[in-house]
Design a protein around this ligand. Structure first.
Ligand code: PHE
Ligand code: ZN
Length: 868
């Protein structure tokens, strides 16, 4: 970095000097460059200075007109990054023409080309790569967009809102005009031009309006849109049924593109998706791909209210739209599928990414106070912890009050750019409750540790809770938070005990734990019960309660909360691993094996809950729980656990595998998905033994599979095996799918996450493969992020070569796409959690990156904070 980049602070927020009322855009799209003319009607903001400073990025200025006057550029204050005018009147129109180069845009922000199509990505600050603008979310204006392009190459021309005009022009060109009646910030602007096929459908809203639904994809992919289209209709219906929220334009469009930095983008009326979250059929997509599509389609659609109709005042409020929308998409998926399974998946994501982030140098509150590059704050803290915070409000206020609060929020702020305070106020006003102390969840970083102890005397149970919030960068003085702890108690017969608490008798209660230390007293217990705490993961905390293994087995068998049953299994696994670490001769006792066997044999339990109970905490999560983790010991004991269960329950796992394996029929429904997931977990435990017939089983599943889920299950197992069958399987997979980019991403990803001894050499070969493309984010993720995040064995090899490889690529990719480079750099940020040897090697790479010439501010922010 040549100079220290500027730190943006929430406390410096000020309204703009001018508001943009109407924005008229004309895009003249060409093969070498494109011309963009923006005519914006500005209005002075009373009490503010009369200087207008517009943001730009890599722009070439062609001309400026102030009303009708052609301004002399030589006398103007501008650069590729800004344009400034002084002493302006109350109202005026400013017309600016810029020249841009979409074909050369590898950052994938602003206007760029993907696979022959023009497309845009403007959130958070991409619009300034198109024209000089007040590129900030509190400036909302009405857009009218004219797109002009070659008619044969770009027959489809799309933008936000409704089509209002189209005509042919000389030289085989044509134009299309779009008008979006809803004022919006520039980050929601979108444009697409290309030769695309379209799948069409219709949705009738609750007030009987007919909405045209369109999904645009490359023509060869038209047969892969049905599932996404169904998800659109389901989302529209769900938001009406759940929140009374109806879609507002007459047309809703989705475009799938293959080069996209993130998952998808909620541009008004024209969502743009990473094709990974649209294209699917059972031959090409796994069950988890389908789940991803449903939740991302839902997520972007739900943004139409939580994000677009009510947007964010500034980027510090990002969680206002993202936390709320993640909560909404989680609930949508829970309603469409199994609620318990969904909760387990969501908590897994939270623990594996947010808890890890929260325990390292990038820890920040759900509402950060400062940033250098806002792109670095699209984090699991803002998204997933943000959703947990909304969920806790739901839990504390109850469903009805929560829904009333949501109504108030949308009614009050429709058409506005709001803040997190506005949201909280709407919740308080409609429920009558105070959320003052609760708001610490938005401002304090770190994962609270809650310690629980139980005592029993004369019919009473006393639950003593203590909370502690660890220090995080820049925050040492922490306040007690309001933590909802949903609690039940179980008796020896496996039933939930009814208890008396504050005058009511019930079997479950949400305790509001809001002091450093607090005691809760419950009555009605002849015997000491087993507590089931923080049911359904009622708060994003680490909960410490000293259960014996016997009690964990009891809860794993009897708890009627799916999540806590899974949680008991997780805790049991951790306790067994700890015992093994403490004494290397420790072996699994019979009670434990019996518990796993009866779990597998259960006729009533959902196969997916069985599968989850038999999959153990991730290495990254286990590392994040330690001060200085001994990663070798963690690997060793985790493998020991899998291998021991594999050996001792071989027959039971073999039987469960075969019972779940419905060879000829494929169903994409709860039963089919459940069977495939259980089958996969059984196969993995069987292969943990290394026995020949388990390898043969995986090989035969691979050979006979009629769907991508089973194929990937088998290929994943074979990827770890040192055997010619591994190479054969990868080769035949490649030969079969080399035409399908999304499937080939899986081929890359499985090799990068393999525990094969030569994985580093394999990854280096993949980086040289003819299909590897440094400019395609999905491909970079499949190889490099997969290696750095999903292959702790390869990445953390004690020779440090994994770290060096990632650092090499951070520096390479930073030259073309700093956003992706920063995400990759982040995988080195957890260095403090490791032993001294690894620490030194990770720090050396961070230092090397930091010292590089011309580093982007994205990467600079990650590495400099990591080293602090
Ligand atoms: N706003 C998008 C979402 O959450 C995410 C996104 C951010 C996409 C920035 C692109 C760029 O759905
Ligand atoms: Zn979002």
């Amino acid at each position: 970095m040549s100079r220290e980049p500027q730190v943006i602070k929430l406390k410096d927020y000020q309204q703009p000097n001018f508001w943009a009322k109407k924005t008229e855009l004309t895009f003249d799209l060409n093969e070498d460059h494109s011309l963009v003319t923006s005519k914006v009607h500005y209005q002075h903001n009373p009490g503010h200075d009369r200087t207008l400073t517009l943001a730009g990025l890599s722009l070439e200025l062609v001309s400026v007109h102030l009303d009708h006057e052609d301004l002399n550029l030589d006398a103007m204050d501008y650069s590729p990054e800004h344009l400034s005018l002084k002493d302006l009147p109350d109202t005026f129109a400013l017309t600016i023409t810029t020249k841009i180069y979409p074909q050369k845009n590898t950052a994938l922000e602003g206007l760029y080309k993907s696979n022959g199509k023009f497309c845009t990505q403007c959130e958070p600050e991409g619009f300034r790569r198109i024209t000089y603008f007040l590129d900030r979310p509190d400036v909302m204006s009405e857009y009218r967009t004219t797109i002009i392009a070659d008619k044969s190459k770009y027959p489809i021309l799309l933008s936000n809102g409704n089509p209002v005009d189209s005509k042919d022009l000389p030289n085989n060109r044509h134009q299309m005009v779009w008008h979006d009646p809803f004022p919006k910030p520039s980050y929601l602007f979108a444009l697409v031009a290309g030769d695309l096929g379209c799948v069409e459908d219709e949705f009738t809203t609750k007030s009987s309006r007919k909405i045209k639904l369109q999904i645009f994809v490359e023509k060869e992919n038209l047969d892969k849109c049905d599932f996404a289209m169904q998800a659109v209709k389901d989302s529209m219906k769900w938001d009406e049924d759940t929140y009374g929220l109806e879609y507002d334009l007459d047309i809703f469009m989705i475009v799938a593109v293959s080069d996209f930095n993130m998952g998808a983008m909620e541009n008004k009326g024209l969502n743009i998706f990473n094709s990974k979250y649209i294209l699917a059929n059972p031959e090409t997509a796994t069950d988890s791909d389908f789940e991803g599509i449903q939740s991302v389609v839902g997520h972007e659609y739900f943004h139409n209210w939580s994000g677009n109709r009510v947007t964010c005042r500034d980027w510090f409020q990002l969680s206002l739209k993202e936390g709320l929308t993640v909560f909404r998409d989680q609930e949508f998926s829970a309603d469409m599928n199994s609620r318990g399974v969904k909760r387990i998946s969501d908590v897994k994501v939270l623990r594996n990414s947010q808890f890890v982030e929260d325990s390292g140098p990038m820890a920040h509150p759900v509402r950060p106070d400062s940033y250098i590059e806002i792109n670095n704050f699209y984090t699991s803290t803002v998204y997933n912890k943000g959703a947990e915070v909304i969920r806790m409000i739901h839990t504390i206020l109850g469903k009805d009050a929560f829904h009333k609060g949501i109504d108030t929020y949308f009614n009050r702020h429709d058409g506005e750019a709001a803040t997190i305070e506005d949201f909280v106020k709407a919740m308080e006003d409609s429920s009558g409750a105070s959320l003052k102390q609760f708001t610490h969840w938005y401002h304090q970083a770190g994962t609270p540790r809650v310690n629980a102890e139980l005592s029993h005397q004369d019919n009473k149970v006393i639950l003593k809770l203590q909370q502690r919030l660890p220090m995080t960068p820049g925050q040492s003085d922490k306040h007690a938070q309001v933590i909802p702890i949903t609690t039940s108690f179980f008796a020896k017969d496996g039933k939930a005990v009814p208890f008396l608490y504050q005058g009511d008798t019930k079997t479950e209660h949400v305790l509001i734990f809001d002091q450093g230390e607090q005691e809760f007293v419950f009555e009605g217990f002849a015997e000491e019960p087993i507590p089931s705490l923080a049911r359904s993961f009622s708060a994003p905390i680490h909960l410490d309660y000293q259960y014996s293994d016997e009690q964990l087995i009891f809860l794993m068998t009897w708890d009627n909360d799916d999540f806590n049953r899974y949680e008991a299994a997780q805790n049991l696994a951790m306790s067994l691993m700890k015992k093994r670490q403490q004494s290397p001769s420790y072996e699994l006792p019979d009670e434990v094996l019996t518990a796993y066997k009866s779990l597998l044999a259960s006729k009533t339990l959902d196969p997916r809950i069985k599968a989850r109970a038999l999959s153990f905490p991730s290495i990254d999560y286990l590392v994040s729980l330690e001060q200085e983790a001994n990663i070798e010991a963690i690997f060793e004991t985790r493998s020991w656990l899998q291998e021991s269960i594999g050996h001792s329950c071989y027959q039971e796992l073999w039987d469960a595998y075969h019972q779940s394996h419905k060879q000829d029929s494929y169903q994409l429904d709860a039963e089919g998905i459940g069977n495939r997931e259980l089958k996969s977990v059984c196969l993995s435990l069987l292969l943990a033994t290394g026995k020949e017939d388990s390898v043969a089983l995986a090989t035969s599943l691979f050979a006979k599979s009629n769907n991508m889920t089973d194929t990937i299950t088998a290929l994943n197992e074979l990827s770890h095996v040192n055997d010619p069958r591994r190479q054969d399987a990868f080769k035949s997979f490649y030969d079969k799918w080399s035409h399908d980019q999304l499937v080939i991403d899986k081929w890359f990803a499985l090799q990068s996450s393999s525990y094969h001894d030569h994985v580093l050499a394999h990854v280096k070969d993949l980086l040289e493969h003819k299909d590897f493309d440094l400019l395609n984010p999905n491909r970079v993720y499949a190889v490099l992020r997969q290696f750095a995040r999903a292959n702790p064995k390869g990445f953390h090899h004690s020779n440090g070569e994994g770290y060096q490889l990632i650092a090499d690529y951070v520096l390479k990719i930073d030259k073309t796409n700093s956003h992706i480079a920063a995400m990759l750099a982040n995988s080195l940020s957890q260095w403090r959690r490791f032993d001294k040897g690894r620490q030194g090697k990770m720090v050396a790479q961070l230092e090397r990156i930091k010292a590089a010439e011309g580093l982007s501010k994205d990467v600079y922010e990650i590495v400099s904070k990591s080293l602090q």
